[in-house]
Design a protein around this ligand. Structure first.
Ligand code: NAI
Length: 314
């Protein structure tokens, strides 16, 4: 395969002052993209602000002959998200690629200790930031009929203890990804929205102690996640609405599937009928993957015209 380039493309990478975001920004810039490097520059719990983190990544890119600008706004506010996009538009006139990477982990369990403030921070950065940045570029990408968005979720969505703010935010990131991808697919737009669950050493993993940290640095370097993000950000991005687990030089599709299940039609069915058919609902030897919510509903026998609903969704 020919080497894949980003010449003429403009990318925004949020939270790119270090860790994974820096690896994404560096890869895109090395292959010709102009990159707006955003990072609030606070600590891993989202406290404080320091432009020098974003500036360091941007300077490293420029030192290698690439084109990059630094931005220190927060993705957690509408004003911040809009000024991130405005800076890229003013400098380069377009935004082709958006990587929603900024994230914090604040409300770690047990659940009874998680405060409203921690919940709001976890949701506000990952879910809120992804929503705000997507909203700020969506019409632009829609009107130009071009866009590549990569949203950063997390394997914590599979379950990660009772500090549920962070996984809930990452679940919302998946919901945003599916919603935007289905809207784009329904209209045939060349706007592709995918998500990843990365596994990599970063300052977040330094909290786990030296032994894990050393092994993570060796086996899961941040740079080893970047090629998947790079391909999803490229013109040739081969998927839309997908989620990938990525780490250590490998990747795999994460699926949303529904089993063939028990598809009864008796509206007066009972709790005992549910118990008797529980195994059929759980059996995943046959399953399908709905492209959207209506494909899920269509699997039940009914006379409802689901296409009439489709017009509603937009
Ligand atoms: P990191 O802490 O080095 O990177 C996160 C970056 O986001 C930081 O540079 C931080 O300053 C920035 N940030 C935080 N709040 C911000 C805000 N409001 N506005 C702008 N920037 C903000 O950690 P890492 O590991 O590189 O994380 C990158 C992304 O990957 C995060 O979304 C994280 O949740 C996700 N992730 C990482 C995993 C890993 O194994 N390292 C596992 C699963 C998900």
């Amino acid at each position: 395969m020919d080497t894949l380039h980003f010449d003429g493309r403009v990318a925004i990478v949020t939270g790119a002052g270090g860790g994974l975001g820096r690896a994404y920004a560096t890869l895109l810039a090395a292959r010709g993209a102009k990159v707006l490097v955003n990072d609030l520059g606070g600590n891993f719990q989202g406290e404080g602000a320091d432009l020098s983190h974003a500036e360091a990544t941007a300077q490293a890119i420029r030192d290698l002959g690439g084109e990059a600008l630094a931005n220190g706004d927060s993705v957690a506010t509408t004003q911040g998200a809009e000024s991130i996009v405005a800076q890229a538009m003013e400098a380069w006139g377009q935004v082709d690629i958006l990587i929603n990477n900024a994230g914090v982990v604040v409300g770690v369990g047990p659940l009874w200790n998680v405060t409203d403030e921690q919940w709001n921070t976890d949701i506000g950065v990952a879910a809120g930031g992804t929503f705000r940045l997507c909203r700020a570029v969506w019409k632009h990408m829609w009107d130009r009929d071009y866009g590549r968005i990569i949203n950063v979720a997390s394997g914590s969505f599979f379950g990660m203890g009772s500090g549920v703010g962070y996984p809930a935010a990452k679940g919302a990131v998946w919901g945003i990804t599916r919603g935007l991808a289905s809207a784009s697919a329904a209209t045939g737009k060349n706007v592709r929205v995918n998500a990843i669950m990365p596994i990599a050493a970063s300052r977040m993993t330094t909290l786990m102690g030296e032994e894990i940290e050393t092994a993570m640095q060796r086996d899961f370097p941040a740079d080893a996640v970047a090629p998947v993000v790079g391909l999803l950000a490229h013109d040739t991005a081969p998927s839309n609405g997908e989620m990938f687990s990525v780490g250590g030089g490998g990747f795999a599709r994460v699926m949303l599937g529904v089993t063939a299940g028990y598809r009864g039609t008796n509206k007066q069915w009972t709790m005992e009928d549910v118990a008797n058919n529980f195994e059929r609902a759980m059996d995943h030897s046959e399953f399908f993957q709905p492209a959207d919510a209506l494909e899920d509903a269509e699997a039940y026998e009914s006379g409802v015209n689901w296409n009439a609903f489709r017009a509603f969704i937009g």
